[in-house]
Design a protein around this ligand. Structure first.
Ligand code: MTE
Ligand code: HPA
Ligand code: MOS
Length: 768
């Protein structure tokens, strides 16, 4: 059941996702659906079956001799740099002497069909001398093995503050990785153009990253490579950086063989070869005063970065930004260690390190609540962020909605009644117990790397008055194209079918940031709005001159031109024709860069975020205390959409994000063997939420708020924040377990799988 919206933010119904028609009919195009050119070769990646070792022999002779195999490329065939590291150059495209993780690419087979390439792969022989494998971050930390320097955010003085606290509690926590499981696996299609130019169609969130890296690996200028993205069948961060190697491999083979090359990972190859959400091992110390105010908080995060840096340094940073979640803490010391292990390089995943940081402070609060014998929500409520509070990174909290969402959630979802219901239920039932938890969220919007916060839009009004839009935004299911279309159609007063969203393309829109950080609609939408405004200004001048006036107010509504409040005799189409006859340009390219933001890494202080997104969820669960199975009765949220510009799409983001967060916290258990082999390598061993494991009730109430100027149309970013409501499910389950087993000692080790619940229900440590 989904609560009907109460707001009247939008008088008219908003546009339905423009992809829904073709999605439902199976007509939407993905890389694998592209019409292939004659002579297209199929590529399969050769990867190493060892967690760590020295590559002594790579024998491709038998594979190469297989009929239908055209060529095999390895590191020595790379004409430019064999280097794909985005932030730090520490990752080869193809392994050279060393293998650093199970699944690391060693070479690429090109054959007339994928089946032949696959068969050839089974004929490749590798001799690798094994080296010790590290799979845990704490192990790497003990060895001093990091992908980048540890970083610390500090506010106040924790040592002094702890000394004065009435209560101090310490503990540890673990959160596991998470598989992105985009429906569309990684892939690309590279086609040779004239003069050695290459066009790559890639399933990537970062077209420019693909272009930049392909140019580097091939040793040619970026202008020789055009990258196009039609849409993604999901990215979730997994294609921010890690779509690049496959596109570059396809481009390399295309460059060398002058043939079109298609490379699509099979699901098994994708699961094995790509990185996931970072597992974190953390320790915490929390200090409270008599009134439950958190006076001091100290945390150490050991981030399992995997075998190369990838985006880990930036993800580690966001963990620090979100280490105190929705709370004001006057004394904070948070340190993150990006630890180098022998796992595939872990990468961006919805929340980008934020969820991992937030799970730890929620664990600390739960620990304190348990020791003090009070509900955690009393501590949560006593410490909610207020206007003008300072974050550990120096930004002053403005337009804070933490308390408003919290109190509205408590009232609207009748917290007291729910608590009474849970107490009555637990008193009446021996083998079933209910648990309740609240989960506030605060998430910063902007790339934490200030220089990435920019975008451009290119708008053409064609001769017939129809409009084409190009931006840097990549559609990955989040509905950004629909939002872009809404902006142009509203600005020009045109029906949706008169506006077209072009595929994202580096030749039309260059030097793009990836579509990520939930900021895609804000950045690209603002650029688009500027482009539309500029074109409208130009057309308004034409209209005013045509009307023989010096000055007039011109508006664009329903394909009509409104001059000084009256429908003008020229409509949109006639005005476009008039502008063309006067040789007025009907194209505009606009650039937007988020104002106000800055961050000084030498001081770890600044104002990195354009704004924050807030929300509060109330979560109730029922645990079957015989079997350890559980159901989520309800997740009820008051969410800060700002002034949503498309409630259908935004609600989809809230519910989808929530489901993904619940999966991370309760079901999805990534498992590597001690030798670095991925054990959870299929959906039979890796459980994601389905209709049956989802909440029975999801209620989402939009916070009544004015929105933020830096959000597009005051409609706040929505892609990532709702994932973090899922964290509350962990603590609701823990509360239910506690109601059954008073001897259970709370542990903070996610995911809380049914197996773990069962063990906890019957855990009986010898006390005293
Ligand atoms: N929703 C769908 N359907 N598919 C996706 O791949 N990615 C998420 C989120 N929601 C994703 C999604 C992630 S990780 C981010 S950062 C944002 O969407 C990116 O899009 P936005 O910036 O337009 O919100
Ligand atoms: N969020 C998401 N992706 C990113 C970021 C960020 O802050 N920085 C670099 N890539
Ligand atoms: Mo999202 S993790 O910023 O792609």
């Amino acid at each position: 059941m989904i609560e009907t919206k109460k707001t009247d933010l939008q008088a008219k119904p908003t546009l339905q996702n423009i992809d829904s028609f073709t999605h439902v009919r199976g007509e939407s195009l993905f890389v694998d659906d592209m019409t292939m050119q004659e002579g297209t070769l199929h590529a399969v990646v050769i990867d190493a079956s060892i967690g760590h070792g020295e590559l002594k022999v790579l024998d491709i002779s038998k594979a190469l001799a297989l009929p239908g195999v055209v060529q095999i490329f390895t590191a020595s065939d790379v004409p430019g740099e064999n280097q794909i590291g985005g932030i730090i150059p520490d990752e080869p495209l193809f392994a050279e002497k060393h293998i650093h993780f199970w699944g690391q690419a060693v070479g690429l087979i090109l054959a007339e069909s994928e089946a032949i390439a696959r068969e050839a792969r089974s004929l490749v022989k590798m001799q690798i001398d094994p080296l010790p494998v590290v799979t845990m971050a704490s192990e790497a930390r003990a060895k001093g093995s990091f992908v980048s320097d540890p970083r610390t955010f500090e506010l106040g003085n924790v040592e002094q503050a702890f000394a004065g606290c009435a209560h101090v509690f310490e503990g540890e926590s673990f959160s596991n990785g998470q598989e992105h499981l985009y429906l569309e696996a990684q892939g690309a299609y590279a086609v040779p153009m004239e003069n050695g130019n290459i066009k790559i169609t890639s399933s990537t969130q970062g077209p420019t990253a693909v272009q930049r890296t392909a140019a580097k690996v091939l040793g040619i200028p970026m202008h020789k490579i055009e990258v196009e993205v039609i849409r993604l069948g999901g990215g979730f961060g997994g294609k921010e950086d890690q779509a690049t190697p496959w596109a570059v491999m396809a481009a390399l083979a295309c460059h060398k063989l002058k043939k079109p090359v298609k490379l699509i990972l099979s699901r098994h190859d994708d699961l094995r070869m790509t990185g996931k959400r970072h597992p974190y091992e953390s320790i915490f110390k929390i200090g409270l005063d008599e009134n439950l105010k958190i006076i001091a908080y100290e945390a150490e995060f050991m981030q399992n970065a995997g075998a190369a840096a990838d985006l880990s340094p930036a993800i580690a940073e966001r963990t620090l930004f979100h280490a105190t979640n929705s709370y004001f803490v006057p004394n904070v010391k948070a340190t993150v260690y990006p630890c180098r292990t022998n796992l595939p390089p872990n990468t961006a995943f919805r929340g980008f390190g934020g969820p991992q940081g937030m799970f730890v402070i929620e664990s600390a609060i739960a620990q304190a609540a348990d020791k003090l014998g009070i509900p955690a929500h009393q501590i949560q409520e006593a410490n909610l962020l207020q206007e003008d509070d300072v974050f550990s990174y120096g930004q002053i909290a403005r337009q804070v909605e933490a308390g408003k969402t919290w109190h509205q959630a408590k009232t609207a979802f009748k917290l007291q009644e729910q608590e009474a219901l849970v107490a009555a239920f637990n008193a009446a039932n021996k083998n079933k117990k209910k648990g309740l938890a609240l989960m506030p969220i605060t998430f910063g919007i902007s790339f934490t790397n200030t220089r990435m916060n920019h975008a451009r839009a290119l708008v053409h009004i064609y001769e017939d008055g129809s409009v084409g839009i190009s931006t840097a935004a990549v559609e990955m299911g989040q509905g950004v194209n629909t939002k872009m279309l809404q902006i142009a159609s509203e600005e020009f007063g045109l029906p949706a079918h008169k506006v077209k969203l072009e595929p994202t393309n580096t030749t039309r829109v260059a030097n793009t940031s990836p579509s990520a950080a939930s900021a895609t609609a804000d950045l690209n939408g603002k650029a688009l709005l500027q482009a539309c405004t500029a074109l409208k200004k130009r057309l308004a001048i034409v209209a005013v001159e045509h009307a023989g006036l010096d000055k007039a107010k011109v508006a664009f509504v329903n394909e009509q031109i409104i001059v000084n409040g009256e429908v003008y005799k020229l409509n949109w189409y006639e005005l476009v024709e008039q502008a063309l006859s006067q040789r007025v340009s009907l194209s505009e390219n606009s650039h937007y860069a988020t104002p106000e933001i800055h961050f000084d890494k030498t001081k770890e202080k600044g104002h990195p975020f354009a704004y924050h997104v807030y929300g509060t969820a109330v979560i109730r669960v029922t645990v079957d205390c015989v079997r350890g199975r559980y159901e989520i009765d309800s997740v009820q949220m008051v969410h800060d959409y700002g002034k949503s510009m498309n409630e259908g799409i935004d609600l989809g983001q809230v519910e989808g994000g929530l489901a993904q967060g619940i999966g991370w916290m309760t079901l999805e258990e990534i498992s590597y063997a001690p030798d670095g082999r991925l054990l959870s390598n299929a959906l039979s061993t890796y459980k994601v939420p389905d209709l049956f494991s989802g909440p029975k009730v999801i209620d989402t109430i939009p916070l009544d708020t004015i929105g933020h100027e830096l959000a597009i149309r005051k409609s706040k970013a929505v892609g990532e924040p709702p994932l973090m409501y899922g964290i509350g499910v962990y603590f609701a389950l823990q509360n239910a377990i506690r109601a059954f087993n008073p001897r259970y000692v709370p542990k903070f080790h996610a995911p809380m799988t049914p197996e773990k619940v069962l063990m906890s229900l019957y855990e009986s440590p010898l006390v005293g």
